[in-house]
Design a binder for this molecule. Structure first.
Ligand code: C2E
Ligand code: CA
Ligand code: CA
Ligand code: CA
Length: 274
């Protein structure tokens, strides 16, 4: 199901994706699923371009549903955003990642930064930043061990408020990535407006990069602009060696994609940072 997981595909095939699931059923299953342990955090490595060392990971949630099997996050995340359950799930994910970071620290694994996807719905509760601060203190962890990946959307319409939340997170010492850059509403102006450390170029912008010269120019321009603004770049959706070489030659800082690894259960992932 991994190749169906990217939300870009969902955008083009919304009915096909949701038709197979009974939304009401999923909604009523959620609280029980959380307490039964049906949600599991997977980790996808992020490598440094220059030497292809694993230096970070993206936390990606999986729901192992007893009837439906593995449900892609694109299906249940948007549903949870509508119902508000995303706040509970987000707290679970943060806790899982922090616990994991603590274990890796205690057992002397290589230290890596974990990027956590966070919905603007969670941030707009107004309690997110304080919650993160409390959890970092509880687990006695350095804020640099996590980053939040945020996708622009209508929930960011109140720009002034969004910038305030971003600045509060940065003040805590937690990094911010602008996810899915190059899709939807994202624009160059947005880069200047929202203070972030990382820009993640969306998979859809690199899917045809080996042959599409326009995409090549766009990706180069985004990398240059991000660097001008002091931000680092991650390109996601890297599926082969030719893409690695081309995008590295553009000066991209970090790479992520099936060419390196699919998202992995923690037990598999941690073999990479032994
Ligand atoms: P995203 O944040 O853009 O995550 C990247 C997606 O691309 C992941 O799908 C990942 O498995 C997939 N991917 C990575 N490399 C490749 C590749 O080389 N080729 C292809 N075809 N796909 C690749 P996934 O895990 O199914 O997640 C889909 C979306 O669901 C995520 O998109 C994110 O928006 C959302 N999501 C996943 N986990 C969480 C979470 O913990 N919290 C929240 N709020 N959203 C999440
Ligand atoms: Ca995406
Ligand atoms: Ca992401
Ligand atoms: Ca993304």
């Amino acid at each position: 199901a991994e190749q169906e997981g990217d939300n870009n595909i969902t955008i083009f095939l919304p009915e096909k994706f949701t038709a197979a699931y009974d939304e009401l059923r999923l909604h009523s299953d959620m609280p029980g699923a959380l307490s039964r342990g049906e949600f599991e955090v997977y980790y996808q490595p992020i490598v440094r371009s220059k030497d292809q060392e694993v230096v970070a990971a993206e936390a990606l949630i999986r729901w192992k549903h007893p009837q439906y099997g593995m449900i892609p996050p694109d299906v249940f995340i948007s549903l949870m955003e509508k119902t508000g359950f995303i706040v509970k799930l987000g707290q679970f994910i943060l806790d899982e990642v922090l616990k994991q970071q603590k274990r890796w620290e205690l057992f002397n694994f290589k230290s890596i930064e974990v990027s956590i996807n966070v919905s603007m719905i969670e941030i707009n509760t107004g309690e997110f930043v304080q919650h993160v601060e409390k959890k970092l203190a509880e687990h006695q962890l350095d804020p640099e061990c996590i980053k939040f990946e945020i996708t622009e959307g209508i929930a960011m319409l109140n720009e002034a408020q969004t910038v305030k939340y971003f600045l509060a997170l940065k003040k805590l010492g937690v990094g911010i990535s602008l996810d899915d850059f190059g899709t939807g509403y994202t624009s160059f102006g947005y880069l200047k407006k929202f203070p972030a450390d990382i820009v993640k170029i969306d998979k859809s912008l690199v899917d045809y990069i080996l042959t599409n010269e326009e995409d090549q120019r766009i990706v180069k321009a985004i990398i240059e602009l991000a660097h001008t603004l002091g931000m680092k770049i991650v390109v996601e959706g890297i599926e082969n060696k030719q893409m690695v070489d081309m995008i590295t030659s553009y000066g991209c800082d970090y790479l992520q994609g099936y060419h390196f690894s699919k998202p992995l259960p923690v037990f598999e992932f941690q073999k990479l940072i032994r």
